[in-house]
Design a protein around this ligand. Structure first.
Ligand code: ME8
Length: 671
């Protein structure tokens, strides 16, 4: 019988320059590619993931000279550090290409020769402005400054004039073909807005491109004319074909070409969406499916880049947290395509709140109960109630949604969905109160059901998180007594119900460290001092999250009250705090701690649920004036939607609300 071959998926990152070690921006692209790779493997595809380094050109020549090294010695030193970083980030690339590898150089020369022979490359003279930092020729319409010089419109650095004999690529001949390709393949560039930018650039007219230099020695020599070296971008872009075997392993090349996705930063979209497809058309190769241009990580609102001196080295974060928190943060915080501002406070907040609190605590609590109540064994449970069953059916629906979102590269939305389910599981435990069931020997089968359900949900969640947090997912599966690893189960075969009684679970270790800002920043010498100075000046105390949990009904995190989890003033400002008047208050049937309130917040009436029934009788509350947060995402508690949250002190487990002692208008802003 003929063996059916799996569909292929070939993904690439840019190959990074070796003038310095990669920073968080480079890590971002590589992490996206890794998450998509791991997901596509779960989806049953035969995946190839290529990354590497761009080692030729004037920029490297210059950086090496400044350090007193040969370009190759500089490249060798940087490559080692880059590869260590990818290892520390758990990057699962299939091959790491260096443009100084001999098969790559041969492949580039061969393709150059082919285009020369067929007339797509011709010899002429180039005179114009060149940006060494970006390795890019300036367009003619870039205006001159007062002294008659020109600055690079992309990086702002001074350009130099170059005048030399050069080989040109006949780019102008591809203008219409490129436009036709864009029209026929609207997904060729993502996001869509960037497709429009690229198409309008091409429509504006394409000039032939100078693709060799005589003044740069560090490059691939032009075949038969070694006074010329091949332009670094012509050289570098071809890594995508030589890296999967062009000219040295043709079966591999034929299996994976064309690339499914070239993942790049928006800074180099034009090279990938205009020049590269034109080179490919000339060579007679099929074009890649998509060039995905992601946004930038900014620091203090400017692009993180070595030339601006504001880069963050991921090593300090990795040393404290390991790879998964950084992977999670970068993928959760922004959709691919948008820019994001990196802040240490933002990072810590996500780690403490989403990872340590929501997910880490859930795993820890559940497995500790299985251990304490059943000696670590998942016991035979009673039959599923409708509510227990909801956790299962919700998981199956979630799985399909997350599949679709990962497949569409909407990683942040997939993570949002997963976290919403994690909240549901936390709420299930809070409502079923297994710690109370454990006190009643007659309810052991019920207790077993609640813990089985929660553990099965945790198994499912970890599976869905595997592409983004592979190390943590594997650890959780091992805690759950799972023999397989997440990567061994294909997506369609993953079922909630496969978690069955009889398993022996392990004692969980802490998954995510709780780190306070000061300790964290002591690792980050330069940035740390700056941020701490700001915090100390502001004289802030502990964060105000010791009261009601953001997901009401879920146990508030005790150690969270003690930890210094600092937020910035901007984050504080995002909270819309208002004066509210209580119009109605009533008990919620079956809930001893909760009251349902109707409040007037000036602009409208809101319904809210608050854990204050043990301190206040409903009739004492009507007419009272208090402070509420009105822009918090609504939550459903005991089937009642809560559309605002009040502030209260928690003393001896009782909530005490600060009321105003004089008349104050509903809706007044609190700041
Ligand atoms: O351009 N935010 O290499 P490069 C997000 N060698 N991503 C960032 C970033 C930031 N602040 N800074 C860098 C080159 N990146 C060429 C590529 S490919 C044939 C040749 C990421 O070392 C992003 O992917 O300057 C960007 O496109 C890439 O690093 C640039 O890396």
């Amino acid at each position: 019988m003929e063996k059916k071959s799996k569909p292929t998926f070939y993904i690439t990152t840019p190959i990074y320059y070796v003038n310095d070690v990669p920073h968080i921006g480079h890590a971002y692209t590589t992490i996206i590619a890794d998450a998509l790779t791991r997901f596509q493997k779960l989806a049953g595809k035969d995946v190839f993931f290529l990354t590497g380094t761009d080692e030729h050109g004037q920029k490297i020549e210059k950086a090496a000279a400044e350090k007193g090294l040969t370009p190759k010695a500089l490249a060798d030193a940087v490559v080692g550090r880059a590869q260590d970083l990818w290892k520390a980030l758990n990057i699962s690339h299939d091959f790491f290409i260096r443009t100084t590898m001999d098969f790559h150089e041969r492949g580039v020369q061969k393709l150059f020769q082919r285009l020369l022979d067929q007339g797509d490359i011709y010899k002429g003279e180039y005179k114009g402005w060149y940006c060494v930092s970006d390795e890019n020729f300036l367009a003619e319409d870039v205006p001159a400054d007062k002294e008659g010089g020109k600055a690079c419109p992309d990086c702002g650095k001074k350009a130099i004039v170059v005048s030399e004999e050069t080989y040109f690529f006949r780019l102008s001949a591809y203008q219409e073909k490129l436009l036709a390709h864009y029209a026929a393949h609207p997904g060729f560039v993502r996001p869509q807005s960037r497709m429009n930018e690229v198409a309008s650039f091409v429509r504006g007219g394409l000039k032939d491109l100078s693709i060799t230099r005589t003044t740069v020695k560090w490059g691939v020599p032009v075949p038969g004319d070694p006074a010329h070296t091949i332009y670094v971008w012509f050289d570098a872009l071809h890594n995508y074909v030589t890296g999967i075997g062009y000219d040295w392993n043709m079966p591999l090349f034929e299996k994976f070409w064309p690339a499914t996705v070239h993942l790049v930063g928006k800074d180099i979209l034009r090279f990938h969406a205009v020049y590269w497809p034109a080179f490919l058309m000339a060579a007679g190769f099929a074009l890649p499916g998509t060039v995905f241009g992601h946004g930038w990580w900014l620091k203090d609102d400017t692009k993180m880049s070595k030339s601006r001196g504001n880069v963050l080295d991921p090593q300090a974060i990795l040393k404290t947290f390991g790879p998964d928190p950084l992977r999670y943060f970068l993928l959760r915080e922004i959709p691919i395509g948008q820019d994001g501002n990196f802040s240490h406070e933002g990072f810590l907040h996500r780690v403490n709140s989403d990872l340590a609190n929501d997910l880490g605590n859930l795993v820890q609590r559940t497995l500790t109960m299985v251990r304490n109540y059943f000696g670590g064994v998942i016991e035979d449970p009673e039959a599923e109630s409708a509510k227990d069953g909801r956790l299962r059916t919700e998981f199956e629906a979630l799985k399909n949604r997350v599949f679709g979102l990962y497949d569409d590269s909407s990683l942040n939305r997939a993570l949002e969905e997963i976290w919403s389910y994690i909240s549901d599981v936390n709420r299930y435990l809070a409502e079923e109160e297994p710690w109370i069931l454990a006190k009643d020997p007659g309810r052991r089968k019920r207790l077993a059901r609640v813990l089985l359900q929660a553990a099965a949900a945790i198994r499912g969640v970890s599976y869905l998180l595997f592409p983004v947090m592979p190390g943590s997912a594997e650890k959780i599966w091992a805690f759950l007594g799972e023999e397989k690893k997440p990567a061994e189960i294909l997506y369609p075969e993953m079922r909630f119900d496969d978690f069955k009684p009889g398993r022996k679970t392990l004692a969980p270790e802490a998954l995510f460290p709780r780190v306070d800002l000061k300790t964290f920043l002591s690792e980050e010498i330069k940035v740390g001092e700056e941020v701490l100075a700001v915090i100390e000046k502001a004289g802030r105390g502990p964060r105000i999250d010791g009261g009601e949990s953001p997901v009401p009904g879920v146990e508030a995190k005790k150690e969270g009250m003690k930890s210094m989890d600092i937020i910035t003033y901007d984050e504080f400002k995002r909270m819309d705090l208002r004066v509210a008047h209580i119009l109605k208050a009533e008990r919620i049937p079956g809930a001893t701690k909760l009251l349902k309130l109707e409040v007037d917040i000036g602009t409208e009436k809101r319904q809210m649920v608050a854990g204050i029934a043990e301190t206040y009788a409903p009739e004492d509350l009507v007419g009272k004036r208090l402070i509420v947060i009105v822009n918090l995402k609504p939550a459903v508690i005991r089937g009642v939607e809560s559309q605002a949250m009040l502030l209260a002190a928690v003393v001896d487990d009782k909530a005490l609300i600060p009321f105003f002692d004089r008349e104050v208008q509903a809706g007044a802003v609190v700041k």
